[in-house]
Design a binder for this molecule. Structure first.
Ligand code: KG4
Ligand code: ZN
Length: 341
């Protein structure tokens, strides 16, 4: 038997079918990500029914490929880890069913994970940071500011009251006629624009709240576009992208640094799809530096949905022997730190 802890991770919460094999939480033996983006692109967003069907079609071959690329067989595995929420229920069910079938037939421990927890642990894949930390999780479905005192202990400091940051990127990209997903497209355009060109609002909210709100900003962009259209004015796409991104990045960076100072941590983690944003990485790092705080973020491929982060988060639960029963179900509204099994 291998002395290493070899975990198979499975992720199907949204539109990526992914499986990965990770040894001891940090040696990436394989990471297979089959993106459904091209399938959903023509609808301008993820269509849940289609996502579920695609996961069913892909899951077995993606798992097979992850084992082959890692050079292991089912017999070498120590445990199976899977995302069971939050996410699209039909999509989650595919991964959960596959993981349960494997755990049962191979007699392996089953580890059920929260998707937000997995995004956080993408930061532990290569060089695990020391705790405590403050983590900003920014994705298509989440904008959460979390204080992490110890492994498995999460205190929600702030969250979005309306749209998630990634959702705002995607919606603005759609009204700009850029396509889906919008985050990377806006990021690229913004690099060539002037962030001070248009003065979009920044929602800091009352009483130094650590909550976020992006719906006002989204409406502002829409109004700006409508007015320009009515006047027959040409829009400078790069300036619009840079000004919108600048407004998002300002609020995210300011609140994250303020939270890190308040909680007395010396490290901030970025996680989730929007953590791939070059403007956010740069600005947050710059602002944190002046307070002696360092900023860490995963490689772009591990910012968006992937199973390597699931296997990594699974490893830390494996060390605590936190296993899920074979009755594990998909929980679309699962809350961080509150297991539902
Ligand atoms: O984490 P993720 O793959 O899925 C969710 O859990 O939601 O995040 C996807 C989100 C999308 O909204 C996408 O537009 C955004 O992450 N995103 C970005 C960038 N890359 C992906 N947003 C801004 N800049 C990027 N470079
Ligand atoms: Zn995600």
């Amino acid at each position: 038997m291998s002395a290493e802890t070899i975990i198979l991770g499975i992720e199907t919460s949204c539109d990526e079918t992914s499986a990965a094999v990770i040894a001891d939480g940090s040696r990436i033996m394989s990471s297979v990500i089959s993106s459904q983006v091209p399938v959903h692109q023509r609808f301008g967003g993820v269509v849940p029914e289609i996502a579920s069907r695609k996961h069913v079609e892909l899951i077995n071959s993606v798992i097979r490929q992850s084992l082959d690329e890692a050079g292991v067989t089912f017999k070498d595995l120590t445990a199976v880890a899977v995302t069971y929420g939050p996410g699209l229920v039909g999509a989650l069910l595919v991964g959960v069913s596959a993981a349960k079938a494997l755990a049962y037939t191979l007699d392996l421990p089953l580890i059920g994970l929260n998707h937000v927890e997995c995004h956080i642990y993408a930061n532990f894949l290569t060089r695990p940071p020391e705790l405590p930390v403050v983590c900003l999780v920014v994705s298509g479905g989440h904008t959460d500011l979390i204080f992490i005192q110890a492994h498995g202990s999460y205190e929600l400091i702030g969250r979005t009251r309306d749209d998630a940051a990634g959702e705002a990127f995607d919606k603005v990209a759609r009204v700009m006629g850029l396509g889906y997903p919008g985050g990377p497209l806006i990021d690229r355009l913004a690099a060539g624009g002037n962030p001070a060109a248009i003065d979009f609002p920044r929602a800091y909210l009352e009483n130094n709240s650590f909550d976020f709100s992006f719906s006002g900003l989204k409406s502002s962009v829409l109004n700006y576009l409508n007015k320009a259209k009515m006047r027959g004015e040409e829009i400078e796409q790069t300036d619009l992208a840079a000004s919108f991104q600048g407004a998002v990045v300002d609020v995210l960076s300011d609140k994250t640094v303020a939270a890190a100072v308040k909680y007395g941590v010396s490290t901030v983690l970025l996680a989730g799809g929007v953590a791939a944003n070059t403007g956010l990485r740069r600005e947050l790092t710059r602002r944190a530096q002046s307070f002696g705080i360092s900023v860490r973020y995963p490689e772009p491929v591990f910012c968006t949905d992937n199973a390597a982060m699931v296997a990594c988060a699974g490893y830390y639960r494996y060390l605590r022997r936190e296993f899920a029963p074979l009755t594990l179900n998909a929980v679309p509204g699962l809350k961080l730190g509150k297991d539902a099994y």
